[in-house]
Design a protein around this ligand. Structure first.
Ligand code: SF4
Ligand code: SF4
Length: 380
């Protein structure tokens, strides 16, 4: 089997798992620097699944014919674990590609690296360039990490987050998927990162329960998180449990109609939400203050509303609003009502003031009530 047919077989396996690899990308980025404030799930993946992440990077690079691969992290510990794994792979001088190969071509890769994989199903294809062209890079703790390809100087790279990279690893190497990570924090007795899938009540129990008589949970965290049904599966990588009377819970209970009413009377048009929006700073034509203005003035401006399709759901605009409105809730509601084939706004040049305007995780935590207000299992 030629390397091209091995690549094709790999791409077919990824497609069957719902992973559409670009036919050609200049670079692949695995973004493990994307934890929201209070979250530590991506960081835990970096530290505990380093071998799988490195293997996924190699497979993604082969699938997309990428010449470069970068794993982005925030912490030194994550950087150390991944750099060690990458160095081992470079020593071997190979990248994994799962494909049938003649028995004489089978790998002698140490068993540790093929954990749970039959040597009959995972073979090595000599593709020395991907590991040689791969690196681990520490990036600043900003959230969300929209535009990380530009931060790394590889505009237009194929970007995968940690969970997607673990999906890719499982599909590429026919192995059991590594467990999902879920950070549970807030008013729980044992804040930390869980492994597996949980309902809200199960996650709360696994985190030691709570001392609160009445509690609520925000699935997705304090920014862009939603009130969760206790019996529903957790959907995001971060669950924050709070006393039921907490101000963040009260905000999450405000109805869409109320947010619209409040915006109609209290939006100052200051555009601070748009100035902080990471998607707008990345050069995409999404300006939340314009979406709000279009809604409250009841204008029929399909183009401005269609820009909501690009919303990342990060909630940073909420933290920037001096009137305590929720631009996110309104933009998100517009996005949910757009037709599926709507044309998303194109990505243009990066905003010239992007660096100065991006929100660091520490600043976001301060705006959300200060670190002291939260039981933080780890620094983000
Ligand atoms: S939630 Fe707000 S800040 Fe985040 S992408 Fe959407 S509009 Fe921009
Ligand atoms: S930051 Fe708040 S007040 Fe200012 S334009 Fe945006 S929604 Fe309106």
């Amino acid at each position: 089997m030629t390397d091209d047919s091995a690549r094709l077989a790999l791409r077919e396996r990824l497609a069957a798992a719902g992973i559409a690899a670009p036919s050609r990308a200049e670079a692949v980025v695995i973004d493990l620097a994307g934890d929201p404030p209070l979250g530590a799930s991506e960081r835990t993946i970096a530290e505990e699944e380093a071998d799988r992440i490195v293997a996924a990077l190699g497979a993604a690079m082969v699938a997309a014919r990428a010449k470069q691969g970068v794993i982005a992290v925030r912490d030194r510990e994550a950087e150390t674990a991944l750099s060690r794994s990458l160095a081992l792979r470079k020593d071997e001088g190979h990248s994994f590609v799962s494909s049938p190969r003649p028995s004489h071509a089978r790998s002698t890769t140490p068993q540790r690296r093929n954990e749970g994989v039959s040597p009959q199903t995972v073979e090595m294809v000599a593709t020395p360039e991907p590991p040689e062209a791969s690196r681990v890079v520490r990036v600043p703790a900003v959230w969300p990490s929209v535009g990380i390809d530009r931060d790394l100087g590889i505009d237009g790279a194929w970007v995968l987050d940690g969970e997607r990279a673990l999906d890719l690893d499982a599909a590429a190497f026919h192995r059991e998927r590594a467990p999902r990570r879920l950070t549970v924090t807030g008013a729980v007795r044992r804040p930390g990162v869980l492994r597996g899938r949980f309902t809200v009540e199960e996650a709360l129990a696994a985190a030691g329960g709570t001392d609160e008589l009445a509690w609520a949970a925000l699935d997705g965290g304090l920014l862009g998180g939603r009130l969760a049904d206790p019996e529903a599966p957790v959907r995001s990588s971060l669950l924050v449990v709070l006393p039921a009377a907490h101000p963040h819970v009260a905000r999450a209970r405000v109805s869409l109609t109320d947010w619209l009413r409040r915006a109609s009377s209290a939006c100052e048009g200051c555009r601070l939400c748009s100035d902080a929006c990471p998607v707008a700073l990345d050069g995409v034509g999404l300006l939340p203050h314009e979406v709000i203005w279009t809604l409250v003035s009841r204008r029929d401006d399909a183009t401005r509303l269609a820009a909501a399709a690009a919303c990342a759901g990060c909630g940073v605009c909420d933290s920037a609003c001096p009137s305590s409105l929720s631009p996110w809730a309104l933009v998100d509601a517009v996005k949910a009502r757009l037709p599926t084939d709507v044309t998303r706004p194109a990505r243009g040049d990066v905003h010239p003031e992007r660096e100065g305007r991006r929100m660091g995780v520490d600043l976001l935590l301060l705006r959300l009530g200060g670190e002291q207000a939260w039981r933080i299992p780890f620094r983000s």
